[in-house]
Design a protein around this ligand. Structure first.
Ligand code: ADP
Ligand code: MG
Length: 710
């Protein structure tokens, strides 16, 4: 009988209760299955040995054969270190331990020959190896060595408690002994054949005990594919289940509101990308399934008008719509812009934010419930329980990356009571989420794989690309002169300061100092300056913003509160102070505040002379390109997927072996195959998909799928 991989790890020979509890707490290994899925970070050569006189500074991990001489304790600033001399026929080096010294003294045998493995450092003219991995030479010789010894993920606590890489390798060997290296296949025969994948058992064996680079590569490919395949399968299934289970409202007519707006009031020709996206949305809304769509479009690509026209379709079908934005400023701006359009069409629209008065709220609640109010704009305030719609048909979230997944699902429950169904179930509204933070395709596929994705990949005609330059602080006077020229031409200017939580106090000081010197350089009454920052009251922010929007002030000094979505087409210069402190996507967002009108726009990135390599890359990227997707790719490479906004919470990216950046092509293939299989066989009922169904079930992710899909 095959060994059950769900067996607790405690049962494995060589793993007692102590080790088991450490493996659980440090590496999340609870079962045989978890251990088998602990993949090496890298591999090192353990067939060659160094002499102590061959050591070099900054070398990779190496192994040295020598005799362990007596221990001595050396007192240092904090605590003690344990040192032992390690001697071979060419000289000696020191072995050093800072932690776990008691255990080291008890378990190592002075006078014996060991193989020491680790990284040697040159300190005070002598080589020393901190926390080496030590194995008796006699033991060492019993084991087969390969040129590719796996190095497993570890933690400081594990190595302190003596669970070294060698111990992990040992228990891994034990696991293969007990299971005879036989693991059930998790992919379908078709996939194995089609992609020329090696079997699961072969892959696992070769990833843990590789014989050559070639088989290792095959093993890794197979396991990466499998990992990404099941993530995609899960996301696509979720999407399918939504579509079949959740009945959406069918917006089957495009009526008066939409048509008269399109024919009489639309001030410009839509770009072909906007038209394509509107078509995609229209077809979603017209089908009987509930829409869950992500609209990606670079800053300034014109997402708002697409959102508005989608809402008009909702109104044409007798439904209410709402638009939620992450900040008050942005909500107000949407409200002002859309009110103008709504007035022309006799549509009722209102705004709800944290600063709405009790009276205003009452009024809004009432008109929402009796259906008088057609469009509601607002911040998170929309999510409050008191906000009840009569029949919400479409909910739009702007700048989605600023919200969590939880908020998206909260909007779901704002749908209307279905009058058709017997039970008083709630029908969720159609959902459109929009984001201007371009997410590389691969990341979008993992993060938002359960959504359908539309992309506006074209800017409205006639926009001049923004000219971006990098200037050092000592050129500030020249920059001021440039600003003056632009203002004389009638333009407006943003000057943005960083505001980072950790250094908030200093940052406010910088902002205020900056504001003062700008006020001196640009004195009243010739110049008017607005200032907006997070510590101001919402009404004051709004007042200052409006002065700038109306053109009463020429300069807007601000922290990043203006980052998101603000639209002042006459503003043509964006100065970003201490720009080395901003992330790439933030810089790109900020730059997107200009270049919205017909005039040539500029972005000036100010920095000090001290720049890290990453900062330099970010600045160079900004100067080189205006393309948000290109910038996002660089960002992903610099920071890794874990840091990109919103990804931490998703959990989708806790990958064991694959890497969404490096394994992009495997990811794309995995998504393609998952889609193809589910298209033909949405319940995975066909015999050739039995392996997939079993694996998926074991992952605990297959709950009554048959109830939903048929
Ligand atoms: P974003 O996608 O960043 O939200 P907005 O929707 O704020 O962009 O649009 C930016 C500006 O471009 C707005 O002033 C909007 O009126 C204008 N705009 C949108 N679509 C077009 C178009 N097809 N032609 C010309 N201007 C457009
Ligand atoms: Mg916008």
């Amino acid at each position: 009988m095959p060994v059950n991989l769900q067996t607790p790890i405690d049962y494995l020979k060589g793993v007692g209760p102590n080790r088991a509890s450490l493996l659980k707490s440090e590496l999340g290994i609870h079962t045989y299955q978890d251990l088998i899925n602990l993949f090496p970070n890298r591999y090192i050569d353990r067939t060659s040995y160094y002499k102590t006189n061959q050591l070099q500074q900054n070398s990779a991990e190496i192994q040295v054969i020598g005799v362990l001489k007596g221990f001595r304790e050396v007192t240092q600033k904090r605590g003690k270190r344990l040192v032992a001399d390690f001697i071979d026929d060419t000289g000696s080096m020191e072995l050093v331990w800072f932690r776990g010294q008691k255990w080291i003294r008890e378990s190592l045998k002075v006078g014996q020959t060991y193989v020491a493995f680790g990284r040697a450092n040159l300190i005070g003219g002598k080589f020393s190896m901190p926390h080496p991995d030590l194995e008796l030479k006699s033991e060492h010789e019993k084991n087969l060595r390969s040129a590719m010894q796996p190095i497993y993920p570890s933690t400081e606590k594990l190595s302190n408690k003596g669970i070294t890489n060698r111990v992990i390798s040992k228990i891994m060997q034990q696991l293969f002994l007990e299971t005879k290296g036989q693991f059930s296949e998790s992919l379908s025969p078709d996939l194995l054949k089609e992609l020329k994948l090696i079997s699961k058992s072969d892959a696992l064996f070769n990833v843990h005990f590789p014989k050559s680079n070639e088989v290792l590569g095959k093993a890794q490919f197979r396991l990466k594919f499998e990992e990404l395949f099941y993530i995609q399968l899960q996301l696509i299934l979720k999407n399918l289940i939504h579509k079949s289970r959740i009945k959406g409202f069918t917006f089957d007519q495009v009526g008066n509101y939409f048509n008269s707006f399109y024919q009489e009031h639309l001030a410009f020709e839509l770009t072909s990308a906007q038209k394509r996206v509107l078509k995609e949305i229209r077809s979603d809304l017209g089908s009987s399934a509930q829409m869950n769509r992500l609209l990606q479009g670079d800053v300034g690509s014109g997402k708002t008008i697409v959102a508005f026209m989608s809402m008009l379709i909702g109104l044409d079908n007798g439904f209410q719509c709402c638009l939620m934005a992450p900040t008050e400023i942005l909500s107000v701006q949407h409200f002002n812009g859309l009110s103008e359009l709504c007035n022309k069409l006799n549509i009722s629209i209102n705004i709800l934010t944290g600063s709405s008065t009790t009276l205003q709220r009452k009024e809004i609640h009432k008109s929402l419930e009796n259906g008088d109010l057609q469009i509601l704009i607002g911040t998170h305030a929309l999510l409050e329980d008191k906000v009840q719609f009569k029949n919400l048909g479409l909910a739009i979230i702007d700048e989605q990356h600023r919200f969590g997944v939880a908020q998206r699902s909260k909007l779901w429950r704002k749908g209307s009571k279905s009058e058709l169904s017997e039970k008083s179930s709630i029908n969720p509204p159609h959902i459109l989420v929009m984001t201007a933070t371009p997410i590389p395709r691969t990341l979008a596929m993992s993060l938002y794989g359960d959504l359908d994705i539309s992309v506006i990949d074209e800017l409205p005609a006639g926009r001049k690309p923004i000219k971006t330059v990098h200037r050092y602080d000592n050129n500030r006077l020249k920059v001021f002169r440039f600003i003056k020229d632009e203002i004389t031409k009638g333009r407006q200017v943003y000057i943005v300061y960083p505001l980072i939580q950790e250094s908030e106090k200093m940052d406010y000081k910088d902002l205020m100092d900056g504001y003062e010197s700008i006020s001196r350089e640009f004195p009243m009454p010739d110049y008017q300056i607005s200032i907006v920052h997070g510590k101001m009251k919402a009404v004051d922010k709004e007042y200052e913003m409006q002065r700038f929007v109306k053109g009463e002030t020429q300069i807007m000094v601000a922290t990043t509160v203006i980052e998101v979505g603000v639209n002042v087409p006459n503003a043509s210069v964006m100065i970003i102070e201490s720009s080395e402190r901003f992330g790439l996507s933030q810089l790109h967002q900020l730059r997107g505040r200009v270049g919205r009108g017909a005039e040539q726009s500029y972005c000036i990135l100010m920095t000090s002379h001290k720049l890290s390599n990453d900062s330099k890359t970010r600045l160079e990227t900004m100067v080189k390109t205006n393309d948000g997707f290109e910038i996002a790719e660089v960002d992903l490479k610099l920071r890794g997927p874990g840091d990109i906004m919103g990804t931490q919470q998703s959990g989708v990216l806790n990958l064991r072996i694959a890497d969404v950046v490096k394994d992009k092509t495997i990811l794309e293939r995995a998504r393609y195959e998952a889609k193809r299989i589910l298209k033909d066989d949405p319940t995975l009922a066909l015999p050739q998909h039995a392996n997939i169904l079993n694996t998926y079930r074991q992952m605990g992710k297959f709950k009554n799928i048959w109830n939903y899909i048929s």
